[in-house]
Design a protein around this ligand. Structure first.
Ligand code: FAD
Length: 527
């Protein structure tokens, strides 16, 4: 099956033989071995569950897709044990610069790591296929994960106690009964389509050209550079990012009514590159493509025993790097919840809180992505005038700079309304409230993030009371406690996805126990 549909291959894997029996059974099936499906399988596999991954291709594709991975994703990949490889290969950056017209100085710049001294940088740039490869390396160490390459989901029949799948392979079809199905099968999800479900939202009428080019000797700091109305793409926008291996991503806005096939021909792409970089620069083509985008999501991500994550559940524009980063947020939220349910330590209704929290995350990503896109491509003379006024003012006035929106980049989403959080009883100023991700800090010889693991943990500043059985306590030093706003005797309860579930100035065992029960779905929210 390799190289089907002309998709270039990054790494051959080879077909997995079809099972000998006509009907197979699996407790958890993940559909799709994109970054989100692989991360989901790794999370559940590391927790000891038997996971079966069904995926169409029998290779890792060499596509030009995600390159920008956020600090939050790095924290998640670290929890999954694959971050060292990503850090070694990737290009670290924190600073983004926005230019306007032919100005050589940025009208606005932003720092993606405003709080310094954390384990991971604001962002790392690395090609998506490397991320898939590292996740796969992590999975290969797990005997309880069964990866089936070159297996295609054809039919999906939901049942009360699971879902029946019809799967095709080159050696014929078979059926697989899954107790739980996690659909990570991408934007054109077969599972979504076969269940008669769809997206809701907006499609944007614009085209963007991506030129990934190899320029090993090109010098530029590792930063994100974005241009509004540059001389090399007048009236439109452009973007430049550095990737590993001496590869650069150049992105040019093209407008709506274009010949998409012609737009990727070298004779049409290379004048853009020359105009941007000058005639002397030597480069080699890595990949030329044109993309359009949508900002849409499913109404619900949980349908009985079928759960959607990643692009199968929601789509955003690449400006802001929220697609794959949003997908990792999904699996981070779902992994521990499904683990508790599978172990019988939580009621099945806990999965409904995945719907609540992942939909909230998707909505925030879609909102930000839509706003960026509207700023990038004003749809009326009035919004164009407003945008130009913002850019003009941003040159000299601080107050206008935050309004410059070249794709507000992915940051973790909080769930202030989460049913799993225990609302504050004490009065707080600062720190990290329930429903927000914990803030990293130096801790002893390492980092606070390294202390968290993938179970519940109580972070305390010299609190020495009784804790519920099995709950690990980490005593914080001054810097970590200050960042969390914890005074002497204070503590906060952290979920397995590193979100704060509750915090107290002076906790007692009963309140900690109640907050822990609530965070495991003891008090469940109903839509
Ligand atoms: C140009 C571009 C730039 C981007 N830049 C960024 C960025 O910088 N940062 C970021 O976070 N995101 C970015 N994205 C988005 C990112 O690439 C996607 O969000 C990401 O690929 C989603 O991963 P996924 O695992 O959900 O889906 P996919 O990567 O689409 O994987 C889906 C998997 O399901 C399999 N599959 C499909 N149908 C079936 C079936 N019937 N049976 C079995 N298997 C099936 C497929 O073969 C595939 O393995 C970008 C996207 C584009 C196009």
């Amino acid at each position: 099956m390799a190289n089907i549909q002309g998709i270039p291959v990054y790494k051959e894997i080879g077909q997995t033989p079809a099972p000998a029996i006509a009907r197979d059974h699996a407790p958890v099936v993940v559909v799709g071995a994109g970054p989100v499906g692989l991360a989901m399988a790794l999370d559940l596999g590391r927790r000891g569950h038997q996971v079966t991954v069904i995926t169409r291709l029998d290779f890792i594709a060499h596509c030009s897709k995600a390159i920008c991975f956020s600090k939050r994703s790095l924290d998640i990949l670290d929890r999954l044990g694959v971050c060292d490889a990503v850090m070694q290969k990737g290009v670290t950056w924190n600073l983004g610069k926005v230019f306007w017209g032919d100005g050589a100085e940025p009208v606005y710049q932003f720092d993606m790591l405003p709080v310094k001294d954390q384990k991971h940088p604001g962002f790392i740039n690395i090609q998506q296929y490397y991320i898939e490869e590292y996740l796969l390396d992590g999975l290969r160490a797990l005997p309880n994960v069964d990866l089936r390459w070159g297996h295609v989901i054809e039919e999906v029949t939901p049942r009360q106690d699971g879902v029946l799948l019809d799967i095709s392979t080159d050696q014929g079809r078979y059926q697989l009964m899954a107790d739980w199905l996690i659909a990570c099968d991408g934007a054109r999800s077969t599972v979504r389509e076969r269940m008669g479900l769809d997206f809701e939202g907006r499609v944007f009428e614009d085209n963007f050209l991506i030129a990934d080019i190899r320029m090993p000797d090109h010098q530029m700091p590792p930063e994100r550079w974005f241009w509004f109305d540059p001389p090399f793409n007048p009236g439109r926008s452009a973007l430049m990012h550095r990737q590993p291996d001496g590869v650069w991503r150049l992105d040019f806005q093209l407008g709506w009514n274009i010949d998409r096939e012609a737009a990727t021909r070298p004779e049409n792409v290379e004048p853009f590159i020359r105009a941007m970089l000058g005639d002397e620069v030597a480069f080699e083509r890595e990949w030329y493509s044109v993309y359009t985008f949508q900002c849409r999501r499913m109404a619900r991500f949980v349908h009985g025993r079928v759960i959607f994550a990643g692009d199968s559940a929601h789509l955003v524009s690449p400006f802001g790097a929220r697609g794959c980063n949003g997908g990792f947020a999904d699996i981070d939220n779902l992994g521990w919840k499904l683990d508790l349910v599978l172990r019988g330590h939580a009621d099945e209704t806990l999965i409904e809180t995945y719907n609540h929290e992942a939909v909230a995350t998707a909505d925030e990503n879609i909102l930000n992505s839509t706003r960026s896109t509207d700023f990038l491509t004003p749809k009326s003379a009035a919004s164009q005038a407003l945008r130009d006024a913002v850019l003009e003012l941003a040159r000299d006035h601080d107050f206008a700079r935050p309004f410059v929106n070249s794709g507000r980049l992915s940051t973790p989403v909080g769930f202030p309304e989460s049913p799993l959080s225990t609302p504050d009883e004490d009065a707080w100023s600062g720190g990290v409230p329930p429903g927000a991700p914990v803030l990293d800090s130096p801790h002893e010889d390492g980092w606070l993030m390294e202390q968290l693991g993938d179970d519940f943990v109580l972070l305390s500043r010299d609190w020495a009371g009784e804790v519920p059985p099995g709950l690990r306590v980490v005593q914080l030093g001054q810097v970590a406690a200050d960042r969390l706003g914890l005074g002497e005797g204070g503590a906060c309860l952290i979920r397995p996805d590193h979100y704060v579930a509750a915090r107290w100035k002076n906790p007692d065992a009963a309140r900690i126990e109640a907050a822990l029960a609530r965070a495991k779905g003891g008090q469940i929210w109903h839509s």
